[in-house]
Design a protein around this ligand. Sequence first.
Ligand code: DON
Length: 307
Amino acid sequence: MPDLDRVVKEIAEEMRARADRGAVASYIPELARVDAGAFGLAVVDADGHVAAGGDADTPFSIQSISKVFTLTLALGKFGDRVWQRVGREPSGSPFNSIVQLERERGIPRNPFINAGAIAITDLILSGHQPREVLGEILRFLQFLAGDPSISIDEAVAASEQRTGFRNAALANYMKSFGVMDNPVDFTLGVYFHHCAIAMSCRQLAMAGRFLALSGRNPATGHAVVQAERAKRINAIMLTCGHYDGSGEFAYRVGLPGKSGVGGGILAIAPGKASIAVWSPGLDAAGNSHLGRVALEALTKRLGWSVF
Ligand code: DON
């Protein structure tokens, strides 16, 4: 069995040297300021050992990776009623696409495309103040990562709030079908802020442990979710976590994964490890280019795959 620490360090060095980095997201202006040369990788194994390389302790904008945790919260509060609001099929469309919403009467294909994540945010907001719900999401991540210092990057949230016209269109369009309960501005406010949570690879890999350990949080020994629910969240990550790049990610990496336009990816090797990687340059589908390349190298060298 190759040594995990050595493999992680090797990959971090190899990625630093590569010229093909993709393009940093610019549609959220604040994200365009991030150093395209950054690269971080952290792996937490089933025994709690952390192997880290590169910029593994630098916080970055987790963006759509937050959708894994809002889905987990929504399933905890509403159980299978979640599936009346969103589907669980891959969309085959870009993350911010609107086209399927018309034909499918305001029900997004899955909880990871923007429309689906906005619908999930709307669901968990119902009956609460935006600030309360945001606090709950943040505390959930702090608890999972065992790190109370995790916070929201207000500049990123404000930047998206000023320019998030597509998301406003998606939310208003769903509202027109009567499937959103709250004022659109409230829902979008919470959505933009949970996307703007900043975490390092180490914090994110720690937060993902319950998905690698059949729903258990090793710090408390208690279940965050039941094993069957962890299996299902992982399944949706595998089929929908990279939007119209999900097939390619599964083909190359062979693990459930969720990307964000900040350049992060959370990947889960069930029973083995929770992995977080960060490289801000994106491919054409809006997923981290070197993040995927690094995960492909890691899983190959360690023989990790769900297949
Ligand atoms: O709503 C948006 O466009 C962003 N806050 C999140 C999109 C995202 O991260 C897509 N992932 N690769």
